[in-house]
Design a protein around this ligand. Structure first.
Ligand SMILES: Nc1ncnc2c1ncn2[C@@H]1O[C@H](COP(=O)(O)OP(=O)(O)OP(=O)(O)O)[C@@H](O)[C@H]1O
Ligand SMILES: [Mg+2]
Length: 256
């Protein structure tokens, strides 16, 4: 086993939902990622899910890898405020994610299990749901729903029942629902989990083509193999923060 010192001092970033924030998504897209962890850690009772972490994230694509239970999802949930730090602070574009709902408005999160993400029975209604919450008019909502379906070539899914969709179709529907609201940052938690080769390629292509900044958590190492920056978590600590080849090599050492 190779010893891994915690990383400090590099850069990271963040997502979410809620009312429109002061900074537009268009502006955020132009800026790319801007997430800061300042000694942010998470405990669940006596269990330490994430050791206090200080780093910043910027850039268009960030990969996150590590063994099961190493803290990846906890790290991601801190970014969009779904999990609050037990200690320290996480900010996105200078806004604290634990006490400013607006800070989360520009981060979309695709959950590890997309079936937990789709709220309404019909795909089109689910895509519209997040837009209604943001106060768009009926005409605006219809236009945005059609636009996001067209963006992913997913028009045929619009009137399908979400619970009848295949895993890959569900991944695409979840992407449509999240991206319809125009987040500048997207977090995808194991987006190719359980997908066949064809749907995996579809999702890989979608990620590659995103204008949005993306944080991709995955056990599918090929998916992040081209990323310039990959974070490796191990036992709740950041064990590597490096280009994909280096982070993956360290991951293989850990897993050996
Ligand atoms: N709500 C919770 N209550 C208690 N413990 C939790 C909770 N959420 C996560 N944990 C624990 O925190 C640790 C990190 O979990 P996390 O979900 O971040 O791991 P992960 O790296 O995403 O793993 P996986 O690859 O299996 O998805 C694990 O030991 C997990 O059991
Ligand atoms: Mg996880």
């Amino acid at each position: 086993m190779v010893p891994f010192a915690p990383f400090t001092g590099r850069r990271c970033r963040q997502p979410d939902e809620g009312p429109a924030s002061a900074m537009s998504s268009e502006k955020m897209r132009g800026m790319g990622l801007d997430i800061q962890f300042e000694g942010a850690g998470v405990n669940f009772g006596a269990r330490v899910a994430l050791q206090p972490l200080t780093l910043g994230i910027n850039g268009k694509r960030i990969g996150v890898i590590g063994l099961n239970g190493s803290g990846k999802t906890t790290f991601a949930r801190l970014i969009n405020g779904l999990t609050k730090p037990s200690i320290g602070r996480v900010s996105v574009n200078g806004r604290d994610t634990s006490d400013e709902k607006a800070a989360m408005a520009d981060v979309g999160f695709i959950f590890q299990s997309p079936q937990n993400q789709i709220i309404l029975p019909i795909v089109r209604d689910d895509i519209a749901f997040g837009l209604k919450r943001r106060g768009f008019t009926k005409a605006e909502i219809e236009a945005k729903v059609e636009a996001v379906l067209a963006r992913f070539g997913a028009e045929a899914l619009a009137d399908r029942r979400a619970h009848e969709l295949s895993g890959g179709e569900l991944q695409v529907a979840a992407l449509c629902s999240v991206l319809a609201t125009g987040p500048g940052i997207l977090i995808l938690d194991e987006p190719t989990n359980q997908l066949d080769l064809k749907n995996r390629a579809l999702v890989e292509g979608i990620i590659a083509g995103l204008d949005e900044s993306a944080i991709v958590i995955t056990h599918d190492l090929e998916l992040i193999a081209g990323f310039e920056r990959v974070l490796l978590f191990h036992e709740g600590r950041l064990a590597a923060d490096a280009p994909a080849a280096e982070a993956i090599a360290r991951y293989r050492e850990i897993a050996a």
